[in-house]
Design a protein around this ligand. Structure first.
Ligand code: ADP
Ligand code: MG
Length: 767
């Protein structure tokens, strides 16, 4: 059955070989009960481990059923241990967190026996050793003798040809020893039993043959058996062990359940990173849909504007500094520079041609086009203190360059204005004789506007003090007096005020920009409608000053001076209402997407035009939304970086925890190996464990994130009034669960390899 040929075993100690076995010659028959007797340290365990394929001999040969094991691979040894050998140890070596039944089933799991058969066979052997009433107990709920019976049952469940017992009664009292020895004796009737002991009484009482061992050598053999002749063909049934992945996962699942506390903590650690990433994804998802909504709802309402003057940042300033790179130089060196050179302005000259071109644009692109005209209002009023005054409509410099205007024509798009402005009191103008007062965020009105309108300055006003106020717009023929071909404004404000042709204008409402408005579209002050402009233009086109200007295209009728590049004929004509061509245009697209169509349409107009004649448009919505989205991108990147770090940290933590678990379970690994587990099986079990932990961590992280999104949404709703802001798309959630599983698996790969590589002999000796 077994033949040892000059087996030697050296342990390497501090680099030098230490001989534990010095050339063992032994043969064993199929049915005998052999005791190996010898003092402690003589090499009994070493010999048994070599016979059992747990340890490797240094030289010599071990023949199993006549077959040499010199060329055995790891997997052959694993199969041999699993199918042919049953081990019984002095310290029982049961897996403490598994039940009696599971302990016995373990070697059947490793050989891939079905669950049903496993249970039946395990119960049968447990009944044989007299433990049928204890199968669901844990090892620590049993007595020493009972534990050894479990170990024997475990060794027998695979029906091995050889039972190896290393001091099986060493830890038991004499009465229990006797019972165990009787059991082993019975077992030896139909298989080879090799028992190691230092107790000669027990050896003599129960065994058929006693081999004496001393200092690594056989000194006596009571019944040496002849080496087996090769008369009959020897058959070594070395069926490969095969534990399926499913069994590995089920085994790990059982392991995890028996250590609930640790499993939960590990899963918690693993979920931290997942929670981080899930929250980042929820929030950035919320931000993206928020901007999309903003774009389609709010920003879509923003017009593409062609303003009279467009300020653009040109190329960087020419460096005139002799030491351009240096700040705070100490040398006596100063340089001039042009502060305006980095700002370039473009004057849009809106021609009739352009207006016609716009009117031919596909009407599917835009809701409306609104025009601002250059016509300057001439206003007089009766002030609160009873005097007649002229009301300046802009602060300085007229309406050409700079100088803020107090009176402005509002875009002809009430819907859009109302989307950005609240009508605090009164109504939006419904005819040309009504205007609105536009106040700032703090309900303030510019002092000079109040003074200009002739309103007494008070500490505060109510809406009743302001709504219903009137002033008069004076038409050209009343406003201008011709003196020698030059038209000069009259100064008789009373006469102008009382002239029947002057138009009475009433403040009908007060507007204030909305708290969440995207932009301040209107200047504060008086906003009048295009109805008023249209009404006036209709009158002024036939006025004396316009007729005179038409007749003398080279002389400015307002000054008598010739036109120059600063004040052109067109400028003057637009100011006095002789030319209704707009100075600014606002195009309101149907939706955000049509902006590009509109812009492309204007670009076509510019083709072939000189730079000065080109139309430069502004897309405020794009500026706003690109600012927002670049902000969002930045935030997302920063958050994702944090989340990634926490993911890495939690993976490392899982790796460490798995490693600790490997160390902690060294003994268990040794036991599994002695039962025939392959290295692969060990790593599979550990990998399955990390897989399950990663999966749990993923699920846990997603659940926590969903819960955390609730308070986040409450907070966000407080700020921007958007319900359900943060939300995690289901695809992202699934992705994160997979990610968590994979990362944890990867983090556990290294420790599980360590576990698989553990030397089973060393592992078994660990306490
Ligand atoms: P026994 O079981 O007869 O008490 P062992 O087979 O356990 O003896 O040990 C035989 C000898 O080999 C002892 O001297 C022991 O110190 C030594 N030995 C056992 N295992 C190792 C090891 N892993 N490394 C080094 N020496 C060992
Ligand atoms: Mg020993």
């Amino acid at each position: 059955m077994l033949q040892l040929k000059n087996i030697k075993k050296d342990y390497i100690l501090a680099g030098k070989p230490f001989p534990a076995l010095k050339g063992i010659e032994l043969s064993f028959k199929e049915n005998e009960f052999v005791s190996i007797l010898g003092p402690s340290g003589c090499g009994k365990t070493t010999l048994l481990n070599i016979i059992g394929g747990l340890d490797r001999y240094t030289s010599g040969d071990l023949l199993i059923e006549g077959k040499s094991t010199k060329d055995f691979k790891d997997q052959d040894w694993d199969a041999y241990r699993n199918a042919t050998i049953g081990f019984v140890f002095q310290t029982y070596n049961l897996i403490s967190h598994l039940s009696v039944l599971d302990n016995v089933e373990m070697s059947l799991r490793l050989s891939g026996v079905s669950a049903k058969e496993r249970k039946e066979r395990a119960i049968t052997v447990l009944t044989d050793v007299g433990l049928e009433d204890h199968i669901y107990k844990k090892p620590n709920q049993l007595s020493g003798g009972q534990m050894q019976r479990v170990a024997i049952a475990r060794a027998l469940v695979n029906n091995p040809k050889i039972l190896l017992a290393d001091e099986p009664t060493g830890a038991l009292d004499s009465e229990t020893s006797e019972q165990i020895m009787k059991l082993i004796e019975k077992i030896s009737k139909d298989r080879l039993v090799i028992m190691v002991t230092h107790n000669s009484e027990i050896a003599e009482a129960h065994s058929d043959r006693i081999v004496h061992l001393l200092d690594g050598l056989v000194t006596a053999d009571s019944r040496p058996s002849e080496p087996v002749k090769k008369e009959r063909e020897q058959k070594l049934e070395n069926k490969k062990t095969a534990m399926s992945y499913m069994t590995a996962i089920k085994t790990s699942f059982k392991n995890l359940l028996t250590k609930k506390g640790r499993t939960i903590i590990t899963a918690l650690a693993g979920s931290i990173g997942i929670i981080g990433i899930a929250l980042v994804l929820s929030i950035s998802n919320g931000m993206t849909s928020y901007t999309n909504n903003l774009q389609s709802d709010t920003l879509a309402g923003f017009p593409i504007t062609v303003d009279q003057t467009v300020v653009a940042f040109g190329p960087p300033e020419e460096v005139t500094n002799p030491r351009p790179d240096l700040e705070f130089i100490e040398d006596d060196l100063f340089a001039p520079y042009d502060s305006d050179s980095s700002l370039t302005t473009h004057e849009n000259i809106i021609t009739d041609e352009f207006i016609t071109y716009l009117s031919q644009m596909n009407t599917d692109f835009y809701n409306s086009i609104s025009y601002t005209r250059g016509l300057k209002l001439e206003v007089v009023n009766l002030s609160d203190n009873g005097s007649y005054i002229s009301v300046p409509t802009s602060s300085s410099g007229g309406s050409f360059f700079g100088g803020s205007s107090y009176f402005n024509e509002m875009p002809n798009n009430q819907t859009f204005i109302e989307s950005q402005y609240d009508i605090l009191y009164g109504t939006y103008p419904t005819d040309y004789q009504n205007v609105v007062l536009i106040v700032d965020e703090r309900n303030r009105i510019d002092l000079s506007l109040l003074e200009n309108l002739g309103i007494n300055i008070e500490d505060d006003y109510t809406s009743q003090d302001l709504i219903g106020r009137t002033f008069k717009v004076v038409i050209n023929d009343v406003y201008y007096e011709e003196v020698g071909g030059v038209f000069i404004p009259s100064t008789d404000y009373q006469a102008m005020y009382n002239n029947a042709e002057s138009i009475t204008i009433t403040i009908s409402g007060i507007l204030r920009v909305k708290e969440d408005a995207s932009t301040e579209l209107l200047d504060t002050g008086i906003g009048y409608t295009s109805m008023l402009t249209d009404h006036l233009l209709n009158i002024e086109k036939d006025s004396d000053v316009v007729t005179a200007q038409l007749a003398t295209p080279n002389t400015n009728v307002l000054t008598g001076a010739p036109f120059n590049f600063q004040i052109t004929y067109d400028d003057v004509m637009r100011t006095i209402g002789g030319d209704s061509t707009p100075v600014a245009v606002q195009i309101y697209p149907i939706s955000f997407d049509y902006k590009d169509e509109i812009k492309a349409y204007i670009d076509v107009f510019n083709i072939g035009l000189d730079e000065v004649d080109q139309i430069v448009y502004t897309d405020l919505a794009e500026t706003i939304s690109s600012t927002i989205s670049s902000l969002i991108n930045t935030i997302t990147i920063i958050l994702a970086a944090f989340a990634a770090i926490s993911l890495v940290v939690s993976s490392v933590m899982i790796g460490i925890i798995t490693y600790v678990s490997v160390v902690e379970r060294t003994k268990e690994i040794g036991i599994m190996r002695s039962l025939g587990a392959r290295k692969k099986d060990i790593s599979r079990i550990f990998n399955a464990e990390t897989l399950l932990i990663g999966f749990t961590a993923g699920i846990f992280g997603i659940v926590v994130s969903f819960l955390l999104n609730i308070p986040i949404n409450l907070i966000v709703e407080n700020f921007i009034d958007v319900p359900g802001f943060a939300s995690l798309p289901i695809t992202n959630a699934l992705f994160l669960i997979v990610l968590s599983t994979l990362l944890t698996l990867i983090a556990g790969l290294f420790p599980s390899r360590i576990a698989a590589k553990r030397d089973p002999v060393v592992a078994l000796r660990t306490e």
